[in-house]
Design a protein around this ligand. Structure first.
Ligand SMILES: [Zn+2]
Length: 276
């Protein structure tokens, strides 16, 4: 069924979020000097939401977060979009997800919505491969852990599909996880970025994550690597930040130790974008 298919002329809405992990904590995990920490400015870049042309420009032409050459490239993705069957995907509104007692939107959880207020989310009943690109030694186990944690908690059919090939970069219907540079990393406090590209109705087209390789320790199971990876992947399924230093994995800034267990707000956000 294609009743929900957006008009091809509609430019995909692109969300791009900085993962504003303070580098001080990252350095603290791997060991650092007070001199370096003192240089970290108090000002930091908060969530960045970029749309259309702006996001395309920000992505750069070197395989940035979405790797679009220009905004029009987004339109061409309609052709290859995986088409869920009837009932597998439909627009969702936040109004249909009253939070349980004790959880406050914006404080404990937040999900990404389009300009018309529809929740960005992936289809249910479709496999969502998560592929890595340029993964440093020792990182694979933590990526698998993060993917399986999200799949279990959300009901989304996510699975780790191993290292991707060049023609799978930014593939539609998939989440691409890059380890490497990103234009936003000019801000030394940003350890990674993640986002989801959607149509105006909220249907996810592709997810993308870029992590700083030097923020991923070579020792599997490291809480910092795990928290960062999980946080970034949650952006790729449409989840926005909870309040800084709170107990959620999606805290805008992580507490210490960095959270690796999903908080109540995280779990409710995953319910909103998930399949159960
Ligand atoms: Zn973030």
């Amino acid at each position: 069924m294609t009743y929900w298919r957006p008009h091809p002329a509609i430019t995909a809405v692109i969300y791009l979020f900085a993962i504003a992990f303070p580098i001080a904590i990252g350095l603290a995990v791997v060991g650092s000097s007070p001199t370096l920490l003192a240089k970290v400015p108090e000002e930091h870049r908060d969530t960045v939401a970029a749309f259309g042309d702006g996001a395309a420009r920000m992505s750069g032409s070197d395989g940035g977060i979405f790797g679009f050459d220009d905004a029009h490239a987004a339109n061409t993705t309609v052709q290859g979009l995986p088409l869920p069957s009837h009932g597998e995907w439909s627009p969702r509104s936040s109004n249909n997800f009253p939070p349980p007692a004790g959880l406050i939107p914006g404080r404990d959880f937040s999900v990404e919505t389009t300009s018309s207020g529809l929740i960005a989310h992936w289809p249910c009943g479709h496999e969502i491969p998560v592929r890595s690109f340029g993964a440093p030694p020792g990182s694979e186990g933590d990526l698998i852990w993060a993917v399986e944690t999200l799949a279990f908690a959300s009901g989304l059919s996510m699975h780790y599909a191993g290292p991707g090939s060049d023609d799978q970069r930014d593939a539609e219907g998939a989440i691409s996880v890059y380890y490497g540079d990103h234009p936003m990393f000019v801000d030394p406090q940003i350890a990674g970025v993640g986002g989801v590209s959607t149509y105006q109705n909220g249907l996810a087209v592709r997810g993308s994550v870029t992590l700083r390789p030097d923020q991923i320790t070579p020792f599997p199971g490291d809480p910092w690597s795990r928290s960062l990876t999980l946080h970034a992947l949650m952006h790729a399924v449409g989840i926005d930040h909870a309040m800084p230093y709170g107990p959620e994995v999606m805290a805008e800034r992580p507490g210490y130790p960095p959270p690796t267990i999903l908080g109540h707000g995280d779990q409710f956000a995953l319910h909103m974008v998930g399949c159960r």
